[in-house]
Design a protein around this ligand. Structure first.
Ligand SMILES: Nc1ncnc2c1ncn2[C@@H]1O[C@H](COP(=O)(O)OP(=O)(O)OP(=O)(O)O)[C@@H](O)[C@H]1O
Ligand SMILES: [Mg+2]
Length: 408
């Protein structure tokens, strides 16, 4: 009893920990002001000439660069400002990884607009028509943000991607009510689409660069004020985390990872009953978050070139699709592509399979048999660890070293 109550009453460096959770949307996003400005310029037409065009913007950049947060903040604020001008605008944020098909995605749009859709019998196209008629009747314009859009492009049938993107070629509507913001980690998937579709997407291209250490410092500082007790976090602590992660200092420029490190540092301080979060706490947090990766680095360091190329292939897929398991065939295709890019002759199937077995034994890859699908059983492959920028850089470096030092 005593233990429990003393633990519950223990002082904490945190004031409002929820502010550090990944879902928390801060009131302002430092160093993204110009991006909000660019988005506003792109969407000005919705106010100046409502219904005349369906505006399109693409946001792209690495993980943790604030794409989701910035677009959400823009959407909410834009809606508010424009509604005051007497134009009805709604904002819908769709995560394509969660809403995996055109149909689910369409239902989610309807859902957010609080528009009931008959449960069965309608195709996605028909649901879109229902949504559009509803918007017409109420004279509403909608900005639909399609987050993790690369995922949708990769996993959906081409005609679904085309329908969604070329909406107004397919849907006859006098007034164009739906505009899009596409969010992606990189543009290669969009670039691989047909020109006629691509042209509908690549209109206003906005790049999110990884954060520098001084930018991360400001972002962390801002979060600290809200999340922690006054003076609980030392300035050096913030500076340390910003330096480790700053893109200009060799880090990944990832704000999510930086905030996670800050939170873990706070938890460590609490555990030690320390009223302040020191650099030591931050170092511990940082190494904890990188620990898994460093164990893996040791193992990977000794591998032969084609094992590394195979790891790189699985890493590429994992990053691109934000999924974690891939059929053997898909992995092999990517492996062959990786080889081609580096001018390497790919190994044959049986040999690649042997690599997979070996990497599984080493604990680098996980494999399992899929259930019986259309094409029978297949081996599904996943990485046994999360892909970090450091890890990727390391693997690339090892590959380069092996190619350069090879005896011809
Ligand atoms: N400029 C900023 N100011 C304050 N917080 C930020 C800023 N940029 C990012 N963040 C925070 O960092 C975290 C990651 O941001 P976000 O989710 O928007 O990244 P993302 O680019 O969408 O990443 P992913 O590609 O992985 O989806 C969030 O918690 C977000 O609130
Ligand atoms: Mg995101």
């Amino acid at each position: 009893m005593d233990i429990i109550s003393s633990e519950l009453n223990a002082p904490s460096v945190f004031r409002e920990k929820a502010v550090l959770s990944p879902d928390y949307l801060p009131k302002r996003l430092l160093h993204r002001e110009d991006k909000i400005r660019e988005l506003t310029t792109a969407f000005k037409e919705v106010i100046n000439d409502p219904g005349n065009t369906s505006v399109r913007a693409v946001i792209w950049g690495r993980t943790g660069t604030g794409k989701t947060a910035t677009v959400k903040l823009f959407g909410r604020s834009f809606k508010e400002v424009v509604n005051k001008k007497g134009i009805k605008v709604e904002y819908v944020h769709i995560n394509c990884h969660r809403q995996r098909t055109l149909y689910l995605l369409t239902l989610e749009v309807a859902n957010t607009l609080k528009l009931p859709i008959p449960v069965r019998g309608l195709s996605s196209q028909e649901v879109f028509k229902v949504i559009h008629d509803y918007l017409d009747r109420r004279n509403i314009y909608v900005i639909v943000a399609l987050d993790e859009f690369d995922y949708f492009v990769n996993t959906s049938p081409q005609e679904d991607v085309y329908f969604l993107v070329r909406l107004y070629d397919e849907l006859s509507a006098a007034v164009k009510r739906i505009s899009y913001i596409f969010i992606a980690r990189d543009l290669s998937y969009i670039n691989s689409l047909d020109k006629s579709v691509k042209d509908h997407i690549l209109r206003n291209i906005i790049e999110f660069k990884p954060y520098s250490s001084s930018e991360l410092y400001d972002i962390l500082r801002d979060r600290v004020t809200e999340a922690f007790q006054e003076n609980a976090v030392m300035d050096e602590t913030i500076r340390y985390i910003a330096d480790v992660n700053g893109f200009d200092k060799g880090g990944s420029g990832n704000a999510r990872l930086s905030i996670e490190t800050l939170e873990l540092a706070g938890e460590i301080a609490d555990r030690e009953r320390s009223p302040i979060v020191t650099v030591e706490h931050a170092k511990l947090a940082n190494s904890k978050l990188n620990q898994e990766a460093s164990i893996i680095l040791d193992e990977i360091g000794d591998l032969e070139l084609h094992n590394l190329l195979l790891i790189k292939a699985v890493m590429n897929l994992t990053k691109r699709y934000k999924d974690d398991e891939f059929p053997m065939g898909r992995v092999e295709e990517e492996y062959q592509q990786v080889c081609r890019d580096l001018g390497e002759e790919p190994r044959r199937h049986t040999q690649v399979y042997e690599y997979v077995r070996r990497l599984r034994l080493m604990g680098v890859l996980n494999t399992r048999q899929s259930g019986k699908g259309l094409r029978g059983r297949t081996t599904l492959i996943s990485l046994a660890f999360p892909v970090t920028q450091d890890l990727e850089d390391y693997v690339n470096k090892q590959i380069r070293v092996r190619i350069n030092t090879r005896e011809e």
